[in-house]
Design a protein around this ligand. Structure first.
Ligand code: DC
Length: 232
């Protein structure tokens, strides 16, 4: 029955390293196309918040089972072009970017049971099409059949500058930028060489180098590709 219902659009996967502007680009592309935006990192963050609140000692996180994870009652609820997050009946969307969550989320995202468990949730979000998803393994693992895969790259110096501005530091010194770029290079290396779900460019992804490109230009470049792939 449902196999005959038309899909609401294509699936677009946007991957790339830290501070490459994946989420803001994906959000703008989704808004322009009337698609939903799925920020996969936000799901890892919501689960991390629930784990921190659960009182389960960190030493036990590696042995968590799918049923332990289900008991945390984390839900991503589709709303207004994106997702909001609940733990039980409480909405926690505003808390998933707290420093405590940011400090633990990479550790949680490296637990194989967590990745397996979230895979089903993330895939279900794309079942009807009309989705722009961003993350680290969207084009390789989550949506290997996505109609359009984009891999964003950008020079570390520029990513450093963007990140510092995002954090409200409008007058960063050359030294600050250099130090931030070095931190990003180290993270790139760790993300690409880790054993669990490393950051990898899908063989059929289009690489978009956003160094020196204005935000609107990078969004437009993806929209042009999307319209060609969607056949409209
Ligand atoms: O993009 P972000 O900083 O909100 O991502 C949070 C964490 O989740 C980050 O440590 C990388 C990880 N992550 C991942 O491993 N796989 C994804 N598809 C998305 C995020």
């Amino acid at each position: 029955m449902s196999s005959t219902s038309p899909r609401a659009g294509i699936v677009i996967a946007i991957d790339g390293p830290a501070a490459s502007g994946k989420s803001s680009t994906a959000r703008a592309v989704a808004a322009a196309l009337g698609y939903r935006h799925l920020d996969s990192g936000a799901f890892y963050r919501a689960l991390t918040l629930a784990l921190l609140r659960s009182g389960i000692p960190e030493q036990e996180w590696d042995s968590l089972t799918a049923s332990d994870l289900a008991q945390l009652q984390v839900a991503g609820v589709a709303e207004a072009g994106g997702y909001l997050f609940r733990i039980g009946s409480e909405e926690v969307t505003g808390e998933i970017r707290s420093p405590a969550v940011s400090a633990s989320v990479s550790r949680v995202a490296a637990i194989p049971a967590v990745r397996d468990w979230l895979l089903g949730t993330l895939r279900a979000a794309g079942a009807k099409g009309g989705l722009v998803a961003d993350g680290r393994d969207i084009g390789t693992v989550v949506f290997p059949d996505a109609e359009l895969k984009v891999f964003l790259v950008c020079a570390p110096q520029e990513r450093a500058l963007r990140r510092l501005r995002e954090q409200g530091d409008a007058s960063a010194s050359v030294e600050d930028i250099r130090a931030e770029a070095e931190r990003l290079r180290t993270r790139d290396h760790l993300d690409s060489s880790r054993e669990v779900a490393p950051l990898l460019r899908a063989a059929d992804a289009i690489t978009l180098d956003t160094t020196g490109l204005a935000f609107n230009s990078q969004v437009d470049a993806i929209l042009r590709l999307a319209r060609t792939r969607a056949g409209g």
